[in-house]
Design a protein around this ligand. Structure first.
Ligand SMILES: Cc1cc2nc3c(=O)[nH]c(=O)nc-3n(C[C@H](O)[C@H](O)[C@H](O)COP(=O)(O)OP(=O)(O)OC[C@H]3O[C@@H](n4cnc5c(N)ncnc54)[C@H](O)[C@@H]3O)c2cc1C
Length: 379
């Protein structure tokens, strides 16, 4: 139970009156939850669990009147500390607002409540041959509302953009208890100001996202994933551009990792054979789709190898289900191990490494760049 003096008189009782026992967690019941990416996420020890947009709005109204600070939380996988709380605040969890309200295959749109996890949406779309056009290692916990609020990127951002490009419309509960409904499902919506854009990447500072209309994309189908090691940024980008320029191939996803980042992550995860690959300036993870993909890729990589742009030759991955579930590496110098999980797990691996490092900081050389903007950090 959080200490009574932390909240104004009658505040917790009003919250219980509004949401019922099921809608409020206190004290130990909060601390028993997984804090997620940051140990301080659950420090407030008082959590509201509204089950509708109207309830979220009423909770915000109550908090405004009582002058209680609010921190919305989805899957608590955010890496920027936006879900961190302190005593006296109220966590507003979207975990009960987890309904997929509409999937419209011809229009390629979906409307979901903010607490739906990315993975649940991906699974619901699969029978329709559609995908959200965004994917993250934290897919099992990260929620659509959290992804909107962090403007999440992920490996598909190279092809489909970040969350900002995936959002067609939003419903948001504002701090004064009003509901802003801009749930357009029209792609070519040029009517007036796109207020919804303000809430994307706002980390919950401007309101609580309650529903999201998303643009979907066709499932690219069978894909090839591969990992290549290069000795320089220029060579890495040249390989990427060559893949893009190959007529029978479509570049579905790409991620550039500094060599030391890749090695540290593989080592921390016990992927011995990956960790033992030749030291490289950069590791490039590529996912491609297209008819005849494997042979086109092999030809392209052979040429890059002849030009001396690859270290130890390409590390090829197996074909189907790769990018989403994690491929086995089928051939090449690192003859086994997993690749995409290595990427997905980089945050825990880096945390582990930094926790054990005497300085307690993440080495500056561990970083990740978007291939479209080699100078920008991305996650
Ligand atoms: C293994 C791993 C891999 C990752 N990979 C990527 C990646 O490739 N790309 C990437 O961009 N990120 C990545 N992340 C970070 C994280 O998954 C994303 O930031 C995700 O969008 C956070 O979603 P969440 O539901 O967990 O949000 P939370 O962590 O719960 O919250 C994140 C922020 O959004 C706010 N918020 C949450 N829900 C709402 C809401 N409904 N309305 C308003 N504000 C809200 C919170 O207050 C907080 O400021 C990764 C994280 C992990 C652990």
């Amino acid at each position: 139970m959080p200490s009574d003096h932390l909240y104004p008189d009658g505040f917790v009782e009003s919250l219980l009156g509004l949401l019922g026992e099921k809608g409020v967690r206190q004290g130990e019941a909060v601390l028993a939850l997984d804090p997620g990416a940051h140990p301080q996420n659950l420090r407030a020890r008082l959590m509201a669990r509204p089950s509708s947009a109207a309830e979220v709005a009423r909770v915000l109204e109550l908090c405004r009147e009582a002058r209680v600070g609010v921190v919305p939380q989805g899957g608590r996988t955010g890496l920027a500390g936006g879900a961190v709380t302190r005593e006296g605040q109220l966590i507003v969890s979207l975990d009960r607002m987890n309904h997929i309200q509409r999937i419209d295959p011809p229009a390629r749109t979906a409307v979901v409540e903010a607490g739906v996890t990315l993975q649940r949406l991906q699974e619901a779309l699969r029978p329709h041959g559609l995908v959200p056009g965004i994917d993250l290692g934290a897919r099992g916990s990260a929620t659509i509302g959290g992804m909107v609020s962090t403007n999440a990127g992920g490996i598909d951002a190279f092809r489909y953009g970040t969350m900002r490009e995936r959002v067609l419309g939003l419903e948001v509960a504002l701090a004064d208890g009003r509901l802003l409904e801009q749930l357009s499902r029209v792609r070519k919506d040029n009517a007036g100001l796109a207020l919804r854009q303000l809430f994307i990447g706002a980390e919950g500072t401007l309101g609580i996202v309650t529903r999201v209309a998303l643009a979907l994309v066709p499932d690219p189908g069978a894909q090839q994933a591969l990992l290549i090691l290069t000795d320089g940024l220029g060579a890495a980008v040249r390989v990427l551009r060559a893949v893009e320029a190959t007529p029978r191939l479509a570049l579905a996803a790409a991620e550039l990792m500094s060599g030391n980042h890749f090695t540290v992550t593989a080592r921390a995860l016990g992927l011995a054979q990956l960790a033992a690959t030749a030291p490289a300036a950069f590791a490039v993870l590529l996912v491609v789709s297209g008819a005849d993909g494997q042979s086109s890729l092999e030809a392209l990589l052979a040429e890059a190898s002849e030009r001396g742009e690859l270290i130890d030759g390409p590390v090829l991955a197996n074909a189907p289900q790769i990018a989403r579930t994690g491929p086995s590496i089928a051939s090449g110098p690192a003859a086994s191990g997993t690749m995409c999980p290595c990427r997905s797990m980089r945050s825990p691996a880096i945390s582990r490494r930094s926790a054990s490092a005497s300085a307690g900081t993440i080495p500056a050389s561990i970083s990740m760049w978007s291939v479209t903007s080699p100078t920008a950090t991305s996650t």
